[in-house]
Structures are given as structure tokens and as C-alpha cells.
Design a protein around this ligand. Sequence first.
Ligand SMILES: [Zn+2]
Length: 160
Amino acid sequence: MKVCVACQANVENKAAVPIKEDRIIRTIRAIKKFFGVAQMNELYVCEADLPKHMERRRSFERTMLFASIFAGLVIILLLYSIISSGRFDAWAMVSAFVVALFVLALPLFRYTPAVELGMAQPPKPPPPVPMPEPEEPEEPEERPERLAKKKPRAKAKKKR
Ligand SMILES: [Zn+2]
């Protein structure tokens, strides 16, 4: 089943963007499989939740960045104190590494996966319902086009 990670809704027939399978998601999957509770859903973010999701993702990336910088500083401070004092303190070293790991693990509580913006799933028309006589022409919906039109632009801009 294709599921939105934000609202848990089935996005089988909706416009949605797939979630990037990163190391954290693969790890969670492996753990779930180990315990036999894996649902093997395909993870998506539906179009309606996308702006909110991108905002959360940005804030998660920022937190992760600061955590890495802070953890790096802790390690540098540790090395500096070893070099400047000239003696090796095993306990200081262990506690510094514990602090660094803790700082790195904290942002994971607000983990927000990245999305594959180039691979947006176009909305599929709902499964054909047996209609007796199609007399009135259906009003065209403009909504589904939006996501599809946006994606080439977003990709071109992402130059590195
Ligand atoms: Zn959703």
C-alpha cells in the first residue's frame, strides 16, 4: 500500500511524492522485519502535506547540522585537553564520546525523511466506476497539473 507519512492516508490514487529510502528508513525497516511487524508500505507524502513536510525536513536538517557541529566540537575539545594536559584520561574520553553520541542521537526523535522531488507520482484517475450513460461532460480539474509542472523547475534549480 502507498501511504502518506504525514496523514497516514492511502495515496494510491492521489498526487504524492515518494520518500527517499535512506539509511534511517532502511534501519527502521530491518528492525521491524526482525520483529515481524513490517508492513512493507511504500512511503509517500501527499500533495496536501508536502509544504508542511518540507518545512519539517528543513528544520530537521538544521538540527542535524548543529548537532554534528556540536559533537565535533566536543571531540576537538577532548583532543585539545589531552594534548595540552599531556595526559590521557580514559574517563574523560569515554564521557566525551558518550556526550557526542547523545547529541547526535537527539535530532533523530524529530526525524523527517527526505522526498524524491523529481519522482512525484501523478494522480491516477480513480478506478473506473461502471457508469450507465456519460451525458454531462465532466468539469476538468486543474489541481493535478500543479505538481507535475513544478518538478522540472525544482530539479534544474538544484545545481551543486
Ligand atoms: Zn498526507
